[in-house]
Write a protein that binds this ligand. Structure first.
Ligand SMILES: Nc1ncnc2c1ncn2[C@@H]1O[C@H](COP(=O)(O)OP(=O)(O)O)[C@@H](O)[C@H]1O
Ligand SMILES: [Mg+2]
Length: 338
């Protein structure tokens, strides 16, 4: 049986349905990310799993035990980290982390041992006596994580825990969370609206929109084979091209291709190797800009702008603005959306 079972969970607020019959299973030790735009129901679902919110219909089981809202069963060990960390401002880092263990009335020696152990794992030793306001955002976030992990929960729920820290800290925090999660083998449900975070961290991504699961799969599946237009739009960039532009017979067909799967070549380049493997289009280079490690070109093709990315090498661009160019669209990278 799956470690977490979410069966037909529904929830409305003031007559408006925010979760529509959610069915989801999470395996023991798995890292699953709920990804979706703000307001799609991620926090509500996480709160229902934690027993902090009542669902209108359906059931949730964790480790075979039914979650009942408001019932804080002792054997039900779920750790949670919120977006705001929610550290107690009047307690030191040490006291914050020890809080749950004290509530559970563990012997003082064991509390000390467990707090020290988790502080070492999270590299925050030395901060024991600091109050939250005396720590950086990244340190507070690690204290919040330590507080959730110190009770050795068998389910960890993380609600956008990295959204309040700056970009550099966020990057290292991602790998830290993933490393610890793997080391402890702890089943984790992670919530984010950040697609990159989801892609780099997850065993499996579950995409939500307006309270419904749009697709779930491994990061590579989600990225390479989006199930519908919503997912295609939400993850990375896509060019949506009417089938007629490519000479595909059915006019209703819409194909999509990622900017990195289109190649720009000189207008009169014959492309002998790609003649069978690519669709070829003529266009005009309208714009060129640097995205960081990639360079993005905007090419105007029969009134439509297509995006083309390539790695930002040192040699710069071989193409000039307004130049007529040829595009090679890798046929194997085309997705046809239903
Ligand atoms: N306690 C509440 N009362 C009324 N509406 C709520 C409440 N909590 C959440 N909502 C609404 O439910 C929807 C989903 O919210 P939420 O689960 O917080 O989304 P997310 O975490 O994906 O941003 C939103 O439209 C939000 O305004
Ligand atoms: Mg939320």
């Amino acid at each position: 049986m799956s470690h977490v079972q979410i069966l037909d969970v529904e929830k409305s607020f003031q007559g408006r349905q925010v979760l529509k019959r959610i069915n989801l299973q999470v395996e023991k030790g798995e890292f699953v990310t709920l990804l979706g735009p703000s307001g799609c129901g991620k926090t509500t679902l996480l709160r229902i799993i934690a027993g902090l919110e009542r669902s209108d219909g359906g059931k949730v089981f964790v480790g075979g035990k039914k979650i009942v809202e408001g019932l804080n069963r002792k054997e039900q060990t779920i750790g949670m980290v919120f977006q705001s960390y929610a550290l107690f401002p009047n307690l030191t880092a040490y006291e914050n982390i020890a809080f749950g263990l004290k509530i559970n009335k563990l012997p003082p020696l064991q509390i000390r041992q467990q707090v020290e152990e988790i502080m070492t794992i999270l590299s925050i030793t030395g901060k024991e006596k600091n109050y939250p306001h005396q720590m950086s955002g990244g340190q507070q976030q690690r204290v919040a994580l330590a507080r959730a992990l110190v009770t050795k929960p068998d389910l960890l729920l993380l609600d956008e825990p990295l959204s309040a820290v700056d970009a550099k800290v966020r990057e290292s925090a991602r790998s830290l969370i993933r490393d610890i999660q793997k080391k402890m083998g702890i089943t984790t449900i992670f919530v984010t609206h950040d697609q990159l975070e989801a892609l780099v961290m997850s065993d499996r991504i579950v995409i939500l929109d307006s309270g419904e699961i749009m697709q779930q799969g491994k990061p590579a599946e989600i990225y390479n084979k989006p199930a519908n237009r919503f997912v295609a739009n939400f993850i990375g960039s896509y060019n949506f091209i009417p089938g007629s532009l490519l000479g595909l017979p059915d006019k209703e067909v819409e194909v999509c291709i990622r900017p990195e799967h289109i190649k720009i070549v000189k207008k009169d380049y014959l492309a002998p190797e790609e003649v069978d493997s690519s669709f070829q289009l003529q266009g005009k280079l309208n714009n060129l800009y640097i995205l960081g490690n990639t360079i993005r070109a905007e090419i105007l093709v029969q009134g439509q702008t297509l995006l083309v990315d390539r790695l930002n090498g040192l040699q710069g661009s071989d193409f000039l603005l307004n130049e007529e160019v040829k595009l090679l669209l890798d046929k194997s990278a085309l997705n046809i959306l239903g």
